[in-house]
Design a protein around this ligand. Structure first.
Ligand SMILES: [Zn+2]
Length: 325
């Protein structure tokens, strides 16, 4: 048995470290005391999303920690629960563990600040992805949080159904420069996240999947990373990135030659958001030199054998693209 949070060996349920991160140290079981909710309103979801992204079909539920057990709640939610999504996408049963694994790789291998997360099971043993909300304070009140759709003034009413895909990563970077006081470190964190999403084939990192949050001192900082997963497994026809890197990014020499982003494209993004060239280079080299650890994490995961192979193949493919300079 491995910890259902961090994959630590010989742990039934959650290890102490994961219990601290997720449940203030409480012994919360990794099996919920209720069954998976029935998927309702599926038609509505399908109609809402023209672009069949995983975020468009994934249902989310709100949970609250009562004493030592998690319960569904309408208000005062401290956790978000994502069960197996409806079968509008490929391999839906693999989605909870895909997100859990990708978040754990981000945290453990790439040292990316991530929302606390774990795999959890319903009473009938169906898996779900569990994540703790970082915008909720201990007393139940909330920190002010704004995503980059809000920060860039994009909404359905003015920019249509696909408003959250209307922008570039350069745009987000420039908004970070504008709103975050210590903007240089935040910019490198953001760049690492964008590059991570490329390496792990997360084609759904849209404007709402990056946010700023107000700290107790009133400053804004980037939130921990959330919603990281290899979306290519579930949406095989999806583009490599949800947003363009920058305006005109497909006109670059590298893109024109190879038909996809490579090292020069990410270096160009880095330049446009004022990341020091040598630093950007170091980040890219460091992030593409972690294959051993990544392979180990994939093999310890609960993905099916078939999906483990796909997950690794997509990752190795992206690393290879970057190494073609
Ligand atoms: Zn653990």
């Amino acid at each position: 048995m491995r910890c259902s949070g961090c994959y630590k060996e010989n742990i039934e349920g959650y290890c102490l470290n994961c219990r601290k991160k997720l449940f203030d140290g409480k012994r919360v079981p990794h099996i919920l005391s209720f069954k998976a909710p029935q998927n309702e309103n599926l038609k509505e979801y399908q109609e809402q999303t023209k672009r069949l992204s995983i975020s468009g079909v994934q249902l989310k539920y709100s949970l609250r920690l009562d004493d030592k057990s998690l319960a569904m709640t309408d208000k005062g939610g401290q956790y978000i629960l994502k069960p197996i999504p409806p079968s509008l996408i490929a391999y839906p049963d693999q989605a909870p563990e895909n997100e859990h694994l990708t978040m754990q790789i981000a945290e453990q291998v790439y040292k990316i600040d991530t929302a606390a997360n774990a795999l959890i099971y319903f009473e009938d043993r169906q898996p779900a992805y569990l994540t703790k909300r970082f915008d909720v304070k201990a007393d139940g009140s909330k920190y002010l949080q704004e995503d980059f759709a809000q920060l860039s003034g994009k909404q359905k009413k003015t920019h249509g159904e696909n408003y959250k895909y209307n922008g570039t990563y350069e745009n987000i970077g420039l908004l970070i420069q504008k709103y975050v006081a210590a903007s240089y470190p935040a910019m490198e964190v953001f760049f690492r996240n964008v590059f991570f999403n490329y390496l792990f084939s997360n084609g759904d990192a849209h404007l709402k999947n990056f946010s700023l949050i107000q700290t107790d001192s009133g400053d804004y900082r980037l939130t921990p990373a959330y919603d990281l997963m290899c979306t290519l497994i579930h949406s095989p026809g999806e583009t490599d990135t949800a947003l363009d890197l920058f305006d005109g990014d497909t006109d670059t020499k590298h893109y024109q030659t190879y038909g996809h982003y490579g090292y020069p494209d990410f270096m160009e993004l880095a330049k446009r958001i004022s990341i020091i060239e040598a630093r950007a280079k170091r980040i890219i080299i460091e992030m593409t030199s972690q294959s051993g650890k990544v392979i180990n994490m994939i093999s310890n995961s609960l993905l099916s054998t078939e999906i483990k192979a796909k997950y690794l193949h997509y990752y190795e493919d992206k690393v290879r693209r970057i190494n073609v300079v």
